[in-house]
Every structure is written in structure tokens, then in C-alpha cells.
Design a protein around this ligand. Structure first.
Ligand code: SAH
Length: 208
């Protein structure tokens, strides 16, 4: 997976490559899908949600430019795979998931794996997590109709956010850096994430 899907496509951050080489991705999917856990696509995790494609996880993590000291906010815990990678590469991770069963499963999984630097919350993450702000990095792993407004206030100056933004079926992966003049944005690539549902996201049942 790491050689063919990540290195060959230009993922070069050695910390990201090392952690993804070591991370047991099969433990983040149902037993019936374990044989496909390292293949080149997203997989279902229940409730119409997915664990993201390995390459997309690598690309987003690399774009966050982590040094080990960061306080990170993740919206869309899902399986917890991306959360675990962030927990390895940053100091602390605050992660929000809106579906209770998915949130509970991820918490259980990461606790069993021994992670102690992750704080879980089950809520609508489109408003961020004001009590815990500011964050050095913010990662959204569901497709937002537009850049959520909370980024401007909850991202520390100089901080980086990575967000898929666009239509419900396909989005642009945007890297935003908070500067004195607001968010400096750059598109990294096209992508397809499940929709970000909530007050500042898509309306539930009205996606697409
Ligand atoms: N990084 C995860 C991706 C999971 S898919 C993984 O690789 O496993 C995206 C997740 O975002 C889904 O679990 C979905 O329920 C969640 N989500 C969607 N809208 C949300 C919101 N407003 N707040 C928190 N989580 C949200």
C-alpha cells in the first residue's frame, strides 16, 4: 500500500509514510472487509459512511505539516483511522463525529489501541469546538458545501486547515492557512467525500 499507492503518487513526508506503514488499517473496518483494508479505495463503515482511501488520508495528513506539537481538531471521526494517524503525529487530537454508533465504535477502537491523547465528542462539528479552540490544525473529512465560518475564529494565526469543499458528489480538497488577512486558500486536488451534514453543512436528507 505504502509503496504503490502513496510513494508512487508523490507522498514524500517520511513521518506520514512511516506511520501509515505501521498502522493496522484492517482493525478499522469490519472483519468481513479486512482482506480489502489495504486496497486503493474507501470502504463502507456502516450508516452510509466510509473509511477514506489510504492515498487521501496520506495527502491530507501531509498537507497539515505536523511537527508533533500541534493541537488538532478533526471533524468526521468515522472509523478513527485518520484520528489514530493524527494522534501519532500531533500532540493532541480533538475529534467530532455526528453519528453516535460510529463515534462510540471509534472511541472503543482507539482506546483498545492505547491512544490517550484523543478527546472524542459526538455532535455536529460544523460549528467547530469553541471551548477547546484555538487549534493549530483543523481537518474536515466530510465534504462541505463551503468553507465553514468557524475556521476563521478557531484556527490559530499561522494555522492550517484542510477541507473538501464543493458539490455533494465531488469536491476540491482545499488547504487554507490563516494569515492576518484571513484564509489563504489553495486547491490540492479533486476528491469525493461523504457529505458534511449539519448547521453549516448540508441539510440531512437534502444532500445532492
Ligand atoms: N476519516 C474518516 C472519514 C469518515 S467519513 C475515516 O477515514 O474513517 C466522514 C465522517 O464524517 C462520517 O462518519 C460522518 O458521519 C461524519 N460527519 C458528517 N457530518 C458531520 C458533522 N457535521 N460533524 C461531525 N461528523 C460529521
Amino acid at each position: 500500500m505504502v509503496d504503490e499507492q502513496l510513494r508512487a503518487r508523490g507522498i514524500h513526508d517520511r513521518h506520514v509514510l512511516r506511520i501509515m506503514e505501521a498502522m493496522p488499517r484492517h482493525l478499522f473496518v469490519d472483519d468481513t472487509l479486512a482482506a480489502r483494508a489495504y486496497s486503493d479505495h474507501a470502504l463502507p463503515i456502516g450508516d452510509e459512511q466510509t473509511i477514506s482511501q489510504p492515498y487521501m488520508v496520506a495527502l491530507m495528513t501531509q498537507a497539515l505539516d505536523l511537527t508533533g506539537n500541534e493541537k488538532v481538531l478533526e471533524i468526521g471521526t468515522g472509523s478513527g483511522y485518520q484520528t489514530a494517524i493524527l494522534a501519532e503525529l500531533a500532540e493532541r487530537v480533538f475529534t467530532i463525529e455526528r453519528i453516535p454508533a460510529i463515534a462510540a465504535a471509534a472511541r472503543e477502537r482507539l482506546t483498545a489501541l492505547g491512544y490517550t491523547n484523543v478527546v472524542f465528542r459526538c455532535a455536529d462539528g460544523t460549528l467547530g469546538w469553541r471551548e477547546m479552540a484555538p487549534f493549530d490544525r483543523i481537518l474536515i473529512t466530510a465534504g462541505a458545501p463551503r468553507m465553514p465560518a468557524f475556521l476563521e475564529e478557531q484556527l490559530r494565526p499561522g494555522g492550517i486547515a484542510v477541507v473538501p469543499v464543493g458539490e455533494s458528489e465531488n469536491q476540491s480538497l482545499v488547504k487554507a492557512t490563516r494569515t492576518e488577512d484571513g484564509l489563504a486558500q489553495r486547491v490540492l486536488c479533486g476528491c469525493t467525500f461523504v457529505p458534511l451534514i449539519g448547521r453549516e453543512g448540508w441539510a440531512s436528507g437534502n444532500v445532492g
